[in-house]
Ligand binder design. Structure first.
Ligand code: XMP
Length: 537
């Protein structure tokens, strides 16, 4: 499968470059900008390399690529096409003998760019690249440093309205540079520019599709697992459910063991729903472990959020080890995980260092996972996929739509949403109120005619350790205060409050207080993240 390799120098938009190209039908992989370009990384299927942007300067602490990049060839012996984006272009210029300087005038935001494409001869590598450009267009820039002298062999083919080089290309080699970010939606016809590099210059074939991925995944899973049992811990979230579906599709369902723990901190009917979904997918060995009593006893009297989390995490591991031992699987069994591509990329630093971050909180530092990883017995069927690709894969595999579109739910479950002590009664009250809230969101539509549940990234109710006075009939009532939270986000790192129509909130509040007698008052959380977090604990 043709591949575009992306060297990540830390730009916030590196992931976007990878996404855009995958959406064009070509597989992309991100590696750290300074990674050694071994034969394994620059494998035979790499057709071109992109050097990403960076918050650093080439004259300061900005990382340099492995020098081999400038002698790199493809499997057919041709020169490896390179595309430098912003810092990537500055890096190439600096490394190849040009000049990059910090000028007082910076370019930020939408900037007009004019190319010389009309004056160029046809059918050269440069004209093929410039095919993706309009003669003049609005680009999106964000740079402090500027090219004050191109590297030998390079020529300017596009200039920004402020007079600085915006597009450069090497006269002989398929090396290009852009001072702007084609991956950002504000860049006019940015996709066409990426297309020109990926297809016209690199000659990639469109081979990245879900059908293709499933075919490859089936072969890999079969080869890797052989006849050995495979155990997957299911949380009920979309990732582990889709990972389970992938295993069941590729392997003999008899060899797939799915384990799910009902901690008593789950949403209403969650365990029944999860079991039904897995059975629909053809699961033969579903182990549902009912451990509500163990969790509630361990949480008894605990009110400190960190202590509650630690208690849950520790108990989760203890029960997991105990139950896995009870299955008496042979030592050769493999452990599967629903790790995504983004989970493998260290967040924040941008540089794709493969820190095997284990996603669900209860698996962090699990001795079982560590031991299996050391023994090379971990399978991660989703580790090449982004979240929305996982959803697409899930649909292909016949996973229930409800499971695919579910809002995220934290590992510690309702415990992060019951402030103060977690008791069975409080869990039941919250479960009931939360279910009403979610049911209403699935019924009601926004002014755009989209179901509120689908427009909202995550919504849930929180039970406060507060009671307030009210009236019910002629009687004075002393009920709990329930908070509702609904946010819009793209990855949970930042979040905006969902702007409900006020009648929706009022009607939902009335239904909750009418149906859950312990709740006397409902409030709506209008805090964004930051400064607040999404969960309350
Ligand atoms: P915060 O509250 O940190 O949440 O703004 C960001 C996203 O992460 C989820 N979350 C968790 N998920 N284990 C998880 O698996 C956890 O301990 C945990 N804490 C928060 C939260 O629901 C939101 O989607």
């Amino acid at each position: 499968m043709d591949k575009i390799l992306i060297l990540d120098f830390g730009s916030q938009t590196t992931q976007l470059i990878a996404r855009r190209i995958r959406d064009l039908g070509v597989y992309t992989e991100i590696v750290p900008g300074d990674a050694e370009l071994t034969d394994k990384i620059v494998s035979a299927d790499v057709k071109g390399i992109i050097l990403s942007g960076s918050p650093e300067s080439v004259n300061g602490t900005g990382a340099a690529p492995d020098k081999k990049i400038y002698n790199c060839t493809r499997a057919d012996g041709s020169t490896m096409p390179l595309l430098g984006i912003c810092y990537g272009l500055q890096r190439m210029t600096h490394d190849l003998g040009g000049k990059v300087e910090s000028l007082p005038h910076t370019e930020y935001g939408r900037i007009e760019v004019k190319t010389n494409k009309e004056a160029l001869p046809h059918q050269t590598h440069i004209s093929k690249f410039l095919d993706g450009f309009r003669v003049s267009f609005t680009a999106w820039m964000s740079h402090g440093d500027t090219l004050t002298q191109l590297a030998p062999g390079f020529k300017e083919h596009g200039t920004s309205v402020t007079g600085y080089p915006a597009v450069a290309a090497h006269e002989q080699k398929p090396w290009f540079g852009l001072q702007f970010h084609p991956e950002v939606t504000h860049c006019e016809n940015g996709d066409d520019i990426l297309c020109a590099f990926v297809f016209n210059v690199c000659g990639c074939e469109k081979s990245w599709s879900m059908e293709h991925y499933i075919e490859e995944l089936n072969t890999t899973l079969k080869e890797y697992a052989g006849n050995n049992p495979v155990l997957l811990l299911i949380s009920g979230g979309v990732d582990s459910t889709v990972a389970g579906a992938a295993l069941l599709k590729a392997l003999n369902p008899e060899q797939v063991y799915l384990m799910y723990m009902d901690t008593g901190l789950m949403r209403k009917n969650e365990t029944e729903n999860v079991s039904a979904i897995l059975e629909n997918l053809g699961a033969k060995n579903v182990h549902v472990i009912m451990c509500e009593n163990e969790f509630l006893s361990a949480l008894k009297g605990k009110t400190d959020p960190e202590e509650k989390r630690k208690t849950i995490g520790d108990l989760f591991i203890t029960i997991q080890e105990r139950e896995v031992a009870r299955l008496k699987l042979p030592d050769s069994y493999l452990l599967a995980q629903g790790t995504l591509y983004t989970d493998l990329i260290e967040s924040g630093k941008g540089v794709g260092k493969k820190a095997h971050v284990i996603k669900s909180h209860h698996n962090v530092g699990s001795p079982l996972v560590d031991a299996k990883r050391k023994a090379g017995k971990i399978i991660e069927p989703l580790d090449k996929l982004y979240k929305d690709e996982v959803r697409r894969l899930g649909r292909f595999l016949g996973v229930d739509e409800d499971a695919i579109c579910r809002h995220p739910f934290p590992g510690p479950g309702l415990a992060t949403r019951i402030l103060g002590e977690v008791t069975k009664t409080r869990c039941d009250i919250l479960r009931e109120a939360d279910a009403i809230f979610i049911e209403e969101l699935k019924k009601r539509k926004s002014p755009r005619e989209v179901f509120l549940y689908d427009e909202i990234w995550q919504a849930f109710a929180i039970l406060l350790p507060l009671r307030s006075v009210g009236v019910a009939g002629d009687e004075r009532k002393y009920g709990y205060v329930l908070a509702l939270r609904a946010i819009i986000s793209s990855d949970g790192m930042t979040a905006d409050v969902y702007p409900f129509e006020s009648h929706d909130l009022m009607e939902i509040s009335a239904r909750i207080t009418n149906s859950v007698k312990e709740i006397g008052r409902v409030i709506y959380d209008i805090s964004s993240k930051p400064p607040a977090t999404i969960e309350w604990e």
